[in-house]
Ligand binder design. Structure first.
Ligand SMILES: Cc1cc2nc3c(=O)[nH]c(=O)nc-3n(C[C@H](O)[C@H](O)[C@H](O)COP(=O)(O)OP(=O)(O)OC[C@H]3O[C@@H](n4cnc5c(N)ncnc54)[C@H](O)[C@@H]3O)c2cc1C
Length: 459
């Protein structure tokens, strides 16, 4: 960081509604941490913005000084995009207000809220917007990627419920965007993953979702269970969305001790409808094997986020692919690779898609892979930075073995540090071309580049 920037950061401090934390501040060590604790970068300054005008000032400062800008919401980027070595971190976590309009069935939320906090606030009115599987993920981060969660088949992606947004663009202007105002920017925001500006507030549609049938079902992971589970989730009514994690059973109290270390499926699911219909929809999945634990029951929707989250690892290797289904021998391939994994925790996550998500036209938003039937998310969690190549190679070999083609499409939210190829997998050619066009208009110099990046000249 040069002295010009240092001087300007002192000026910034004076008029800010939030605060600036630099290396001499006792809060610095804590403030520089992101969820994947291995990212050890030392930013020149972390600005905890208090409002949109703070955001505009930080964006302007970064643009004028050339400092690298990291935009951080919940800090869950697996590529460590929420921090910067020597640059400026714009931390949105204090901007976390959620205002629900129960009569209008909408909510305005600041983007530093977490998915869990937003869901708790809307649940007070028996209402919900579909987000992901983890409460601590940032509302802004998940929404800008698309948002695939427990309501995806019933109500679509998170962006399918996004009605409007307030965005600070690279020139420091705060714009209100929706289908009518700055429609191209609104299009790019929905799936563009932070490439086109900093979203400060988002307005969502809410659905009446209070009691659901949901929770966790634990089954032994045989090839028949894995194949049967994908088929059953695909055949189930759209009310049912499932996130099935296949891994060697960790030594958790609810898992019988004799199963520890053996492959299991931890299936998290929500049936967004009545208890009886939910039981019938889930019955074919329960019937796949004798459950090792069955915690699927009538619950209030926010309970899906209630349990403690596993402690974050230092690093997460891996990526995801969007496919039509598992290939022949796909289940065997998954189990064989889990057997050879050397990471402390290695997992394959299957999410059957379709339903409402697939009914939105591919060109309606910057999330273009609407027809994908199945997301396979491969992750290896590890502690030592020098093991990266080994675990990335493991994950890459597995996704290649499960892919239909050489460069399989991907969901941007789970793309790791994959450079240009990551962007090409996340965006089909027509989407990529249009995103680059919006980028040329709103961020020609690529100020917002710590993301799955689409530079203005990308073709
Ligand atoms: C444990 C875990 C579980 C997950 N589960 C799901 C899931 O179920 N469904 C799903 O769809 N995704 C899921 N994800 C992926 C997650 O949605 C993305 O990683 C998302 O980008 C994280 O957002 P964040 O704000 O927490 O992270 P950050 O690291 O704070 O942000 C990630 C990136 O998003 C951009 N960004 C964040 N906020 C803004 C903003 N307000 N304006 C502009 N750009 C912004 C920036 O480019 C930033 O670098 C999960 C990730 C993890 C680690």
């Amino acid at each position: 960081m040069n002295t010009t920037t240092e001087t300007q950061i002192s000026h910034l401090r004076a008029g800010l509604n939030g605060n600036v934390i630099s290396a001499d501040d006792p809060r610095y060590e804590d403030a520089r941490r992101v969820v994947f604790t291995g990212f050890d970068s030392r930013p020149a300054a972390i600005v905890r913005a208090g409002d949109a005008s703070d955001v505009a000032r930080v964006v302007t400062l970064a643009r004028e000084t050339g400092a690298e800008l990291a935009v951080r919401g919940g800090g869950h980027s697996r590529a460590g995009h929420g921090t910067s070595e020597g640059g400026i971190v714009l931390d949105l976590s204090r901007m976390n207000a959620v205002e629900v309009d129960p009569a209008g069935r909408t909510a305005w939320a600041q983007t530093g809220a977490t998915a869990g906090a937003y869901t708790t606030a809307t649940a007070e009115h028996g209402l919900a917007t579909g987000l992901g599987d983890t409460g601590s993920v940032g509302l802004g981060g998940i929404t800008l990627g698309g948002g695939i969660g427990f309501l995806v088949r019933k109500h679509g992606l998170t962006i399918d419920d996004l009605l409007a947004a307030e965005v600070v663009t690279a020139d420091g202007e705060l714009l209100e965007v929706d289908e009518e105002r700055h429609a191209d920017l609104f299009w790019a925001l929905r799936g563009g993953g932070g490439n086109v500006g900093v979203a400060t507030r988002l307005r969502f549609r809410l659905h009446e979702i209070d009691h659901v049938v949901g929770g966790m079902l634990l089954l032994p992971a045989s090839t028949d269970v894995i194949t049967g589970m994908v088929a059953a989730a695909d055949a189930a009514p759209e009310e049912l969305s499932m996130i099935a994690n296949i891994l060697k059973a960790p030594p958790l109290p609810f898992i019988p001790a004799e199963q520890h270390g053996k492959p299991v499926v931890i299936a998290l699911m929500v049936y967004a409808g009545g208890a009886e219909a939910g039981d019938s929809a889930i019955a074919p999945i329960r019937a796949l094997a004798t459950p090792l634990a069955d915690m699927v029951r009538p619950i209030r929707y926010p309970e899906m986020y209630a349990g403690p989250e596993p402690p974050p690892p230092a690093f997460g290797a891996g990526t995801n692919i969007l496919v039509d289904g598992l290939p022949e021998r796909g289940a065997e391939t998954i189990l064989e690779h889990l057997e050879t994994a050397t990471a402390p925790v290695a997992a394959v996550q299957l999410r059957v898609l379709g339903g409402a998500m697939a009914r939105v036209p591919a060109d309606a938003t910057a999330f273009g892979h609407r027809g994908a039937r199945l997301m396979v998310n491969v992750a290896a969690m590890y502690q030592q930075a020098e093991e990266r190549t080994e675990h990335e190679a493991w994950a890459s070999a597995l996704t290649t073995a499960l892919s239909d083609g050489a460069t399989p499409p991907a969901y941007v939210g789970f793309v790791g540090d994959e450079g240009e190829e990551g962007a090409r997998r996340a965006y089909p050619p027509a989407t990529l071309e249009r995103l680059a066009r919006v980028k040329r208009q709103y961020d020609p110099d690529n100020l917002f580049r710590l993301n799955v990046n689409v530079p203005a000249d990308m073709k």
